[in-house]
Every structure is written in structure tokens, then in C-alpha cells.
Design a protein around this ligand. Structure first.
Ligand SMILES: Cc1cc2nc3c(=O)[nH]c(=O)nc-3n(C[C@H](O)[C@H](O)[C@H](O)COP(=O)(O)OP(=O)(O)OC[C@H]3O[C@@H](n4cnc5c(N)ncnc54)[C@H](O)[C@@H]3O)c2cc1C
Length: 490
């Protein structure tokens, strides 16, 4: 009987790939993680809003206190038009912490009702820099597991073998495993190569062909980090809305970050060109008047006391200029040897702060299934019961079925989330007269917001957890979770 080491090859060491590394460590499944960047923790990328679904999953690794320490909770979001005039606050984040009156929420597709009497979802949404989140995840890995994170490993191809997959890197090294998990972002090499790794032809729209990317880009994003200038308080959060462009701004203890989303003249599926320093300068010249936050220390051209993008740009610490791809890939796996998670499988605009959080929940669903498969194989393969020491073959069909189930569980949720996020970006940038009307006169109405929140809360309550990681549920609020974290055995 042939044997396969149950090593899983993770491609991509972003927040979702690091979540896979943690989950496999907890599951006792051996892995190696290949990351093309020179270091796993780097000062790259903007800040992330971590919501309850992502935080609760990460809490199962014991990292919630460290995340709380490195992040800032969010409350009221002030909104301006492009001239700096207020267009009404959004209290979404405040409502997440507020007490509701006694009522019931029906959980979709079930007869299950949840009592709506306790407090919030159990924790605040928090803004954290990508670097700090990566540092927290890196520091929390056991030393043995962190030695399996390999930077400077750019994956260039995948090859299927009789009992697994070989992943090759541009430096000539290769890594063998029972399967590969592609956590390598929107332009995923795993997605591209899995399409043909078994000799099959590429399925249209899977990204095997560079000219046929699965994501559509309608917006591009300029983001910038700058120091907490006079008049900026930690936790400040604003948006500016108006034709063609919209901003989101968050202030933390030591810095503030703004992202500006600009509608492209034409949506495109072509791979992005790299934006140059000249492109960035032209962008800031075009949108430098956009208000970031009310601030008594500054005054814009209209005489309104706001800090503008142009003024903040003069103090910039770090910037980025990227396309915002959107969409959900049709097939997230090929056979039982390659499967996608996070931005490799679905890509949201950042407006609802949901892309990374959903990537983390992908990992929950996928690794729950892998844990069951590898634990069963280990029990059959040897009597020690150790998943890590398993030496039996994991049948490809079994993995393929698990991957299909994983996609089924996640597909509708991420498709809905992706659509909502795109609509939020379109509404805030007044993509149509109707979007402008909704933005100014409907979505700012408190009652509408509360209705939306209750609808979203019922869906959020269905979010799964790692079913093999025991522990206390520290993220418990007024909407009880449908899936409970298993209690530690006495
Ligand atoms: C401005 C902005 C703001 C955002 N705000 C939020 C937010 O508030 N909340 C939220 O939930 N989401 C947010 N997002 C989305 C979030 O950043 C992504 O969803 C998240 O980073 C996805 O993580 P990932 O690990 O799947 O992919 P990535 O973060 O793209 O990481 C992929 C990793 O794979 C590596 N890689 C790529 N190719 C290869 C290769 N061939 N070989 C080896 N390694 C490779 C890359 O170097 C990278 O480290 C935001 C996005 C942007 C642009």
C-alpha cells in the first residue's frame, strides 16, 4: 500500500494563510507554508476592521487579548459629502454594543428563533494594522509551527502525483503534500495552476488564463497611513461620500489610515498594471480636497473645519495604490488535491470590512473537515491516534467531497457579502442617482439601520467555529451563536 505523508502545503502567508497555519497546528496536522515575500510579518498593507465573526474564530487560538491590545474599538462613523458638509452619522458599530428590548430573531432557513435579550455580539469591531495582526498571529504560533513558515518561496507550479501534489517554487525547491491550500490572494498562483495540474483544461473564468481573470475591477484604491495629527482622537471613524469617489478613515492610538475608492472609467477583468509615483501624485491632486475628519486645527476651501486628504498626504508614513477586484470564483477546488481560501476564492471591496473576516471563516469550515478526515485516517493508519504521525493515504475522492461540501457551506454567504460590499462602495460613491438618493435619504435613517442590523445579526449568529478546539467562548453577546465552542472536557 503506498503511503503519503499527510503534510499540507499552504501557499500564501497573509492573514488567511496564517489562520490556516494556526488551525492545522491545533488540529495536529503537519504543514509547510510558502510565502513569496521576504518576511511573514511586514509593514505592508492597510488597516483591517476585524468583526465578530473573524475575532471569535481567532479567539479560539487564544489571541484575542493580544489583538485587543494592538487594536482600537469602533463606534460612531461620521459621514461627509465631498465638500465637508455632514450627511448624517452611522451608528452601526455603536448599536452592536447596545442593549435591545426583548424580541426574537428568526434564523434564516430554519425554525430556530434566538432570543434577543442579552448584550451585542460579544465584542466590538476593532481596527488593527495588517502588520500588527500578522505579528500577533506569528507570535502566538508554537516555535515548532513557526519554523514551518518559509518566506522567499514564490510558488510557480503544481503537479499532481498518484497520492498527492508537488508544489514547485521559483528558487528550484519543491514541497510535497497530500494537498495544497491556496491562500495566496486575488492573483492566486494555486488557482491558476490547479486548473491544469491534472492535465485538465482550464475552466473558463477560473483564472488559469491571465486574460480571463475571475474578478471584475470597478474601483481602485489609494490608501495612506499618517501620524495622529492634532485634533485626531483614537477611535475616530469617518467616511466621505460623493460622485466617483468615497473615503474610509480610522484613527488608532499612534496613527490614522485612510482608503480612497475611485470608480474606474470602465470596469475591467485585465490584470492590474502597477501604479507609479506619478499616478499616485495625480490621484492626490485630483482628490486632495476630500474631507477625512472634522478637525478644529484645519479648514478646507469651503471654510469648513476638516482635515483633507491633501493635508494628511503631506505627513504620509506609508501609501499604497491598488485595484479592487470583486467576485466569487466558481470552483474553489480541483479534485481532492487543491483548494482555495480567502481572497484566492472570493474578493470583496473593502467598504464593509468583510473580506479578511470571511477568509478566516473559510478556514474554520475547511479545517473542521480536514481534521475529521485526517483524524479518521490516523485512527485507521496506526493505533496511536496521532493525526500527525499518520502514514496512510487519504483518498483523493474523500478530500474532493470535503472540498465540495466546504464550498457549498461558504458560497452563498460570501456571494451575498461580496454583493453587499460592492453595493456599499457604489452607494457611497453615488454610482447612480438612485444610489445617491439611498445614501443621503434612506440608509442614514436610524430605523433602516436597525432593521438591517437585526437582519445581519441573524445571519452572523450562524457563523461556524472550529469544532475541534475546546475552550471558553469569550465572544458572547445578545445574539446567541448557533454553533457553540466545545467546552473543555472535565
Ligand atoms: C484598503 C483595503 C482595506 C481592507 N479592509 C478590510 C477590512 O477592514 N476588513 C476585512 O475583513 N478585509 C479588509 N480588506 C480585505 C483584506 O485585506 C483581504 O481580504 C485579506 O488580506 C485576504 O487575506 P488573504 O490571506 O486571503 O490574501 P492576501 O492578504 O492577499 O495574502 C496573500 C499572501 O500570499 C502571498 N503570495 C501571493 N502569491 C504567492 C505565490 N505565488 N507564492 C507564495 N506566496 C504568494 C502574498 O505575498 C501574500 O502574503 C481590505 C483590503 C484593502 C485593499
Amino acid at each position: 500500500m503506498p503511503t503519503t505523508a499527510p503534510k499540507i502545503v499552504i501557499v500564501g502567508g497573509g492573514p488567511v494563510g496564517m489562520t490556516v497555519a494556526h488551525a492545522l497546528t491545533k488540529a495536529g496536522i503537519d504543514f509547510v507554508l510558502l510565502e513569496s515575500r521576504p518576511s511573514i510579518v511586514m509593514a505592508a498593507g492597510a488597516s483591517l476592521v476585524m468583526s465578530q465573526i473573524g475575532l471569535r474564530a481567532l479567539s479560539q487560538f487564544g489571541v484575542l487579548p493580544a489583538i485587543e491590545k494592538a487594536s482600537t474599538p469602533l463606534s460612531i462613523c461620521k459621514r461627509f459629502d465631498h465638500l465637508g458638509r455632514t450627511i448624517g452619522d452611522t451608528k452601526l458599530f455603536s448599536y452592536l454594543h447596545e442593549k435591545y428590548t426583548n424580541s426574537m430573531i428568526r434564523v434564516p432557513s430554519s425554525n430556530y428563533c434566538i432570543a434577543n435579550t442579552t448584550h451585542s455580539h460579544g465584542c466590538a469591531s476593532r481596527v488593527i494594522t495588517r502588520r500588527d495582526l500578522m505579528q500577533v498571529l506569528f507570535d502566538a504560533l508554537p516555535v515548532e509551527a513557526s519554523s514551518k513558515l518559509l518566506p522567499n518561496k514564490k510558488v510557480s507550479s503544481l503537479h499532481k502525483t498518484d497520492d498527492g501534489v508537488v508544489v514547485k517554487c521559483t528558487d528550484g525547491t519543491s514541497y510535497e503534500g497530500a494537498l495544497v491550500i491556496g491562500a495566496d490572494g486575488a492573483y492566486s498562483a494555486v488557482r491558476k495552476h490547479m486548473a491544469t495540474m491534472g492535465g485538465q483544461q482550464d475552466a473558463q473564468g477560473q483564472g488559469g488564463n491571465d486574460e480571463d481573470l475571475p474578478y471584475l475591477t470597478t474601483y481602485r484604491c489609494f490608501w495612506m497611513r499618517f501620524p495622529r495629527l492634532p485634533g485626531i482622537a483614537p477611535g475616530d471613524m469617518t467616511e466621505s461620500h460623493g460622485p466617483q469617489a468615497t473615503t474610509q478613515y480610522f484613527a488608532s492610538e499612534d496613527s490614522a489610515v485612510v482608503a480612497v475608492y475611485e470608480r474606474l472609467p470602465q470596469p475591467t477583468r485585465r490584470p492590474p498594471r502597477r501604479y507609479s509615483d506619478e499616478d499616485e501624485a495625480a490621484f492626490v491632486a485630483r482628490w486632495g480636497h476630500l474631507p477625512l475628519a472634522d478637525n478644529p486645527s484645519y479648514r478646507n476651501a469651503e471654510g469648513i473645519r476638516v482635515l483633507t486628504l491633501g493635508e494628511a498626504y503631506a505627513h504620509r508614513i506609508q501609501t499604497g495604490f491598488i485595484n479592487l477586484e470583486e467576485g466569487v470564483v466558481a470552483d474553489w477546488s480541483r479534485g481532492g488535491r487543491a483548494v482555495l481560501v480567502g481572497d484566492a476564492a472570493h474578493k470583496f471591496t473593502p467598504s464593509t470590512g468583510a473580506g479578511c473576516n470571511n477568509g478566516i471563516v473559510d478556514v474554520v469550515v475547511l479545517v473542521n473537515k480536514l481534521h475529521k478526515i485526517f483524524a479518521t485516517a490516523a485512527a485507521v493508519g496506526n493505533s496511536s491516534g496521532s493525526v500527525k504521525n499518520n502514514a496512510s493515504v487519504v483518498p483523493e475522492e474523500e478530500l474532493a467531497a470535503a472540498f465540495r461540501e466546504y464550498q457549498e457551506v461558504r458560497f452563498d454567504t460570501v456571494t451575498l457579502g461580496c454583493g453587499l460590499s460592492g453595493r456599499a462602495t457604489g452607494t457611497a460613491s453615488w454610482a447612480t442617482p438612485w444610489a445617491k438618493f439611498m445614501d443621503l435619504y434612506v440608509l442614514s435613517v436610524d430605523l433602516v439601520l436597525r432593521y438591517f442590523l437585526r437582519w445581519a445579526a441573524a445571519k452572523t449568529a450562524l457563523t461556524p467555529v472550529f469544532d475541534f478546539i475546546e475552550g471558553e467562548d469569550t465572544v458572547v453577546g445578545k445574539y446567541p451563536w448557533v454553533h457553540k465552542i466545545p467546552m473543555p472536557q472535565a
